[in-house]
Design a binder for this molecule. Structure first.
Ligand SMILES: Nc1nc2c(ncn2[C@@H]2O[C@H](COP(=O)(O)OP(=O)(O)OP(=O)(O)O)[C@@H](O)[C@H]2O)c(=O)[nH]1
Ligand SMILES: [Mg+2]
Length: 335
């Protein structure tokens, strides 16, 4: 799952990227970022494992174009393969209002999608004249629906039915991609600024990219605490951003725990226990027998697995079981 950081020149993309990717990230514009998972902590205490592994997501920094002329065709083409967009809005320099930048970015995505649709519809028109069988009427219908939405100046993500329709998947429409708007605000205005409401496939987060980048360079926990204390905040905004991206991508987390390794795993929401097993290894999916599942809250309530088992909270689930977020799973399988 890949996220691209976009936005106009100097809006703070690279600062935010550096904050997300941590110290030593300057060598590359692409990084794997660990998704924070505090629910691993009690498991680490229980198992004292040799290894702790966190799920990662890939993040790509891009070069900014001036807001005159928009993001530019080059960047718009570059970001097409990505699963998610992180749009940074400059709310610190005062050069242009972040609300305006947001509208400009939306307009760029919408216009790029409209142009793809127009071209495709034109092609469908000529194919229709050639022979009836060349055209999939469902595709044409979906394209027309999508065009109507875009012509109303709405991004495709605002209609999740259309955004997710199978005939349109292959177009990788930009305005259909889940997007996180990072409002890169002045440290002073940070707390008071009122953000727009989240919508379908769209979330808004206030950050200070510069502070976050400075914070990311401090590795000493005591120093970090002092830094945060001086600013009067308790945690960094990054954990929230990463968690929201994870959310936007439609992912949940399941956990595995043992003496060897305690680990978080990503899973597309709605998938079953054998499919979760397949994320770990295809052999475990193939030989899947049952999943032993303990909800995270039940573990916390009981203290350990033994007590949970005695209370009947450690459940055995079969092939149809749909995995829930935070489930601690032990797969039983044949090899
Ligand atoms: N005061 C303040 N300055 C910031 C903030 N974020 C970024 N800057 C400064 O703005 C300048 C540009 O930041 P970058 O992170 O390089 O911006 P960018 O979007 O990567 O720029 P391009 O890649 O050139 O488009 C740098 O000098 C940053 O220190 C912020 O939150 N507050
Ligand atoms: Mg940059």
């Amino acid at each position: 799952m890949k996220t691209a950081i976009i936005g106009f020149a100097g809006c703070g993309k690279t600062s935010l990227y550096a904050a997300l990717a941590g110290p030593g990230s300057a060598q590359s514009d692409r990084a794997m970022i660990k998704v924070p998972e505090p629910r691993l902590d009690p498991l680490i205490r229980l198992f004292a494992p040799k290894k702790v592994t966190l799920t990662e997501i890939e993040v790509q920094d891009t070069r900014g174009a001036g807001s005159k002329g928009g993001l530019g065709e080059k960047i718009l083409n570059e970001i097409r393969p990505f699963d998610c967009l992180l749009a940074v809005l400059d709310g610190f320099s005062g050069l242009s209002a972040p609300e305006t930048q947001r509208r400009e970015i939306e307009a760029d995505l919408i216009i790029a999608d409209l142009s793809v649709i127009e071209k495709r519809l034109e092609r469908i028109g000529t194919d229709k004249k050639k022979a009836k069988g060349l055209v999939d009427p469902k595709e044409e219908e979906s394209l027309l629906r999508a065009r109507t939405i875009l012509e109303e100046d709405r991004p495709l993500r605002s209609d999740q039915d259309v955004a997710a329709s199978p005939e349109l998947k292959g177009f990788r429409f930009l305005s259909a991609k889940p997007i996180l708007f990072a409002w890169n605000l002045d440290e002073q205005r940070f707390a008071s600024h009122v953000l727009p409401q989240d919508g379908p496939g769209e979330v808004h987060v206030a950050v200070s990219a510069r502070l976050e980048r400075d914070l990311a360079e401090i590795t000493d926990p005591e120093e970090r605490e002092l830094f945060l204390g001086d600013l009067g905040v308790s945690t960094s905004a990054l954990e929230r951003i990463i968690a929201r991206i994870y959310d936007l991508l439609g992912l949940i987390t399941f956990l595995t725990a043992g003496e060897k390794e305690v680990r978080s795993w990503p899973l597309i929401r709605g998938l079953t226990a054998p499919e979760a097993a397949g994320v770990i290894h295809s052999d475990i999916q193939k030989g899947f027998i049952r999943a032993e599942v303990l909800a995270f809250d039940d573990l916390v309530a009981c203290g350990d697995f033994k007590a949970a088992k005695e209370r009947g909270l450690l459940r055995l689930e079969g092939k149809e079981y749909v995995v829930r977020d935070g489930g601690i799973i032990n797969f039983r399988f044949n090899v």
